[in-house]
Design a binder for this molecule. Structure first.
Ligand code: NAD
Length: 299
């Protein structure tokens, strides 16, 4: 299948490489020359522009930083035609970027109005998952488009879940990451409280990991060194999942909370806590490094 892959950053390049490895006829593009060079060095064919890549493709995958990038690329500007304008009728657009639910629905609406098909398919699993083709995809769109995309997504990932109509892949992502942000803070607070009460890290871990406090933030991403040797705490909080990305995702959760009027106080508080963390030293640290802020802020 002829696939245009636009956005060859930390995630996009390894994803595109996995599709090329599976034998697809790939063409990539990125607006940053260094990313184009890296793609060329990795053996990926690159186009002169996103429009050139999209015009010749049956499938267009985007992996951009934010919803603004996706909507601008789909729409184009006064000077530049959008991807939707140059693609052959009926092209399938799959946006794998993490963007707001309403932006994803707007993108899908624009694609449909231009005579195309569209899915939102954000991922979890990070750069390691992108490299090893073990990503999880959360997909929003029609049954038919989902079935058409499934084999392509399965080439880049291990788990592909159809979450419902347009935007519901992003909805699943935002809800999952809100759970994650809140639970990582709760686990970090519990460890700091345990320290103050004289409880060893290992004792708290041994109890909570086998009791009702058990969760991924504890048993995989344990915020103290020792109990889980592979967690970022053992390597000075190198990500992992960076504080800047958690802050971004909780910002999308905050938008969704405002849109729906849900009384999500924990989600809003986690958004505040991670915004401060990412504005300070935490942007490039794993988000479990929030434990150091909690320690520092404690009396
Ligand atoms: P990144 O910044 O490394 O890559 C994005 C790339 O898109 C950049 O190279 C940028 O130049 C390019 N780009 C922007 N506009 C473009 C356009 N119009 N045409 C072509 N290229 C364009 O970001 P990333 O870490 O690869 O993340 C991509 C998306 O995946 C984000 O939405 C992020 O939230 C999400 N995500 C990232 C991770 C992670 O661990 N990095 C995990 C899950 C989800």
């Amino acid at each position: 299948m002829r696939i245009a892959f636009l956005g060859l950053g930390h995630m996009g390049l390894p994803m595109a490489r996995n599709l090329a490895k599976a034998g697809h006829d790939m063409v990539g593009f990125d607006v940053v020359p260094a990313a184009i060079d890296a793609a060329g060095a990795a053996g990926l064919a690159v186009a002169d522009s996103g429009q050139d890549a999209a015009a010749s493709a049956e499938l267009v995958i985007t992996m951009f930083p934010s919803g603004r990038h996706v909507l601008e690329a789909y729409r184009g500007s006064d000077q530049t035609p959008g991807l939707l304008a140059v693609a052959a009728p009926g092209t399938l657009f799959i946006d794998c970027s993490t963007i707001a639910v309403d932006e994803a629905q707007e993108a899908a609406g624009l694609a449909a109005a231009a005579g195309h098909r569209a899915l939102d398919a954000p991922v979890s699993g990070g750069v390691v998952g992108a490299e090893n083709a073990t990503l999880a995809f959360m997909v929003g769109g029609s049954d038919e488009d989902f079935e058409a995309a499934r084999p392509i997504l399965e080439t880049m990932g291990r788990r592909v879940v159809h979450c419902g109509g347009a935007g519901l892949g992003q909805a699943a992502k935002v809800c999952n990451n809100m759970i994650l942000g809140v639970s990582q803070i709760a686990v970090a607070e519990a460890f700091v409280l345990g320290e103050r009460l004289g409880l060893s890290h290992q004792a708290l871990f041994d109890v909570a990991s086998n009791a009702s406090g058990q969760c991924w933030a504890l048993t995989t991403n344990c915020p103290v060194p020792g109990p889980v040797p592979t967690s970022p705490a053992n390597r000075d909080y190198q990500p992992g999942f960076a504080g800047a990305l958690m802050s971004k995702d909780l910002g999308l959760a905050e938008q969704a909370i405002a849109l729906t009027g849900v009384d999500a106080r924990m989600g809003r508080l986690a958004r505040e806590i991670y915004r401060e963390f990412a504005d300070g030293e935490g942007a490039g640290q794993d988000f479990s490094g929030i434990i150091n802020t909690i320690r520092a802020e404690s009396a």
